[in-house]
Design a protein around this ligand. Structure first.
Ligand code: FE2
Length: 259
């Protein structure tokens, strides 16, 4: 079982909303998709942790669907703060069992892995949030431990990057309650996120967590407490491949793509 983790493509059809985003974001995304599609052995599923688009228009999502079309394996997505719920819901309505509520959360089994996709978007804000109904939804599912791997997808990390300026705009409301649910889960569980535009891994609440970086810009490493938001770095982009041979046996590689 081979799972790819990608994030923060910020694809746009017209012009970018975000100043740092590469103007050739769509071209870059197609290169990564081509690499994912051609990888041998075949990748079984792709986890895409938000900021799929940079503006969330219908045209942005139409372009994104076209870019993702070469991927024949399941591609599971969550929204990021640059997405728009209405556009994403319309673009992926037949792919995921979105609930009737305002947020785009869903549970989906993929090749023997339970994926819990969480919508951490707080509309109009860069930072993320989980509402009480979402925490109740998650508690109901984590209250039923399964022996198979549970994979949580969320855009805003709940776990710290230790880059203070970026953690200040990560998951805020609901973070403590979310942490208690994760700490109390008695089964194999991993969390994949995005948003930080810099890949890192963490052990948080006793669980493995990771962010996926971004191909359109990445932040330089800034670990000085209280420092300003870091600038962009030219460190090369990599996506991540998780080789899963059972819930307790996972090997993770990064894969360089020349962009
Ligand atoms: Fe992003």
């Amino acid at each position: 079982m081979l799972i790819a983790h990608i994030s923060d493509f910020h694809v746009f059809a017209d012009r970018p909303e975000t100043s740092l985003v590469r103007l050739d974001a769509a071209h870059v995304a197609r290169k990564i998709v081509a690499d994912l599609a051609a990888f041998i052995p075949a990748i079984d599923a792709v986890m895409f942790t938000g900021d799929l688009t940079d503006g969330g228009s219908a045209d942005d999502y139409a372009l994104l669907r076209d870019i993702l079309a070469p991927l024949k394996m399941p591609v599971l997505v969550v929204p990021g703060n640059h997405d728009r719920r209405a556009g994403l819901r319309a673009a992926f309505a037949t792919d995921f069992p979105f609930g009737a509520g305002p947020t785009l959360d869903y549970e989906k089994w993929v090749r023997g892995i339970r994926v819990l996709a969480l919508d951490t978007v707080k509309e109009g804000h860069v930072e993320g949030a989980l509402t009480d109904p979402q925490l109740d939804w998650l508690a109901a599912r984590l209250g039923r431990p399964v022996p198979e791997l549970t994979l949580i997808l969320m855009h805003h990390p709940a776990f710290p990057s230790c880059v203070d300026s970026l953690d200040a705009m990560a998951l805020r409301a609901g973070r403590k309650e979310f942490g208690a649910l994760i700490a109390g889960y008695d089964g194999p569980l991993r969390i994949l996120a995005g948003h930080i535009h810099r890949p890192f891994q963490a052990l948080w609440q006793g669980k493995f967590c990771a962010t996926g970086g971004s191909p359109v810009f990445q932040h330089e490493l800034q670990l000085v407490p209280g420092a300003d938001e870091p600038g962009a770095t030219k460190e090369p982009y990599r996506y991540f491949l998780h080789k899963i041979d059972g819930p307790g046996a996972v090997t993770i590689h990064s894969r360089y793509v020349e962009l």
